[in-house]
Design a protein around this ligand. Sequence first.
Ligand code: FE2
Ligand code: FE2
Length: 485
Amino acid sequence: MKPQEIVLELTNLGCLVEKDALSLMKEEDLFKIKELSVKPLLINSELVQNLHNISLEQLQNKTNSESERSEFKIIARTKRTLEGKVEFENPYVSTPKKRDVALFVKQFNDRFDQMKTLLLKRRELKNAISIANVNSNQKEVTIIAMVDKIYKTRKEKYILTVEDITGTIKVYCSPKYGDRICEDDVIGFIGKPGDGIIFARDVLWPEIPLPSHINATKDEVYAAFISDLHFGSKQILTKKLKKFLTWINSNHKIAEKVLYICVTGDLVDGVGKYPGQDKNLKYKDIYRQYDDLSNFVSSIPENIQIVLLPGDHDVVRMAEPQPPIPKKYIPELSQLNNVHLAPNPCYVNLHGMGGTPISVLLNHGYYYHGHIDALPEVRKQAEENPTKVMVDLLRRRHLAPIYGTRSTLIAPEDKDYLTINKIPDIFSLGHLHSFAYSNYKGINLICASTFQAETDFQRRIGHVPDPGKVALINLKTREAILKAF
Ligand SMILES: [Fe+2]
Ligand SMILES: [Fe+2]
């Protein structure tokens, strides 16, 4: 085979070859390169020597072996001209403390205070008074209260029991509001007081006001959003992950502008997470599961900043706020400057290079199903597009407003870390194994996809995943691109 023919074949494979390397190359090397699951961008003489030291058969066996430690290793990668910057905003830090009822009460009081601060920004609620100061002689009153109980009458009206730190009162309201109210919601009520009751004419949530401007970076850089990698599972979609790695390491005009990757949890499949999980696991050793994650992440160019959150399948406690993955499970990754181990949930500021950064709210989203179970109105919207549930949470300004659902897992802490006390520019959830994108009042909303195929458990419950999709947000224009692998 003539050298020109080899160059042509390699170009078709997306590989560039150095002159010295070309002089060393034999025809068989070309077949070996074709066998590589991730094609090198640049072939140098060192790579050719390595190819000479391995037979084609060995290479084929290696490529076919799913559990090879080196399966994600990349030989060459593109250089990025810009640097990224990641800063966490008031992140949750786990401290040893006595987790008792008193701490739980403190957390709920903090939640009430945070929500009240948000509600008082609404013009209509400026004159809110305490429940203790409500009396039936007043023409109209405004209160801010937490919903304790909800009772629906036969005539489809609602009678709520609500409270603040000064007392408890009943609120009567129409289905227009009642259908949307959930237990533990902190909301504003305006209405005529009666004896121990307020007849509400208006009910107000904190909401997201219309933005005065859209935050954007000066540089044209992208943030990629993925989730639910589930390393260690037999259903992991290795080919799709490799395609993603090939792309992110390529000189594709968008790939080389990706400076950030956010991963919203379920990094591994975990062990003992549901009955019968063993038969779906490649290995039951949690350290090996995280080793696969490390191989994958360390194959991403080192000048991309990677934010890793835990999810319910990870090794940390399931209750939120979840602390970051402990370094002992990922010693290799914890040494890398571009890998940021984050708590779940967290606010992260991207690319604050002398200007306003892009604020990103990340949450795994375990609570999601409990929320739609409790609120039929919201469930209807969720069937259309799961990002509608994200809008509902944004309007309530809380990531898990109902304490008592089957999916509410909140750890007692001295403050509430689940209040959406700052309006983010981007909000991303994982956990659903579906992909959805939309925007709401200038906020990019992403239900990030998975890299795990359908499991037998999902099949039983009729959930069809939508894997291998990556949302890319251009931080300069805030436009979104969907890339499927
Ligand atoms: Fe998951
Ligand atoms: Fe999950």
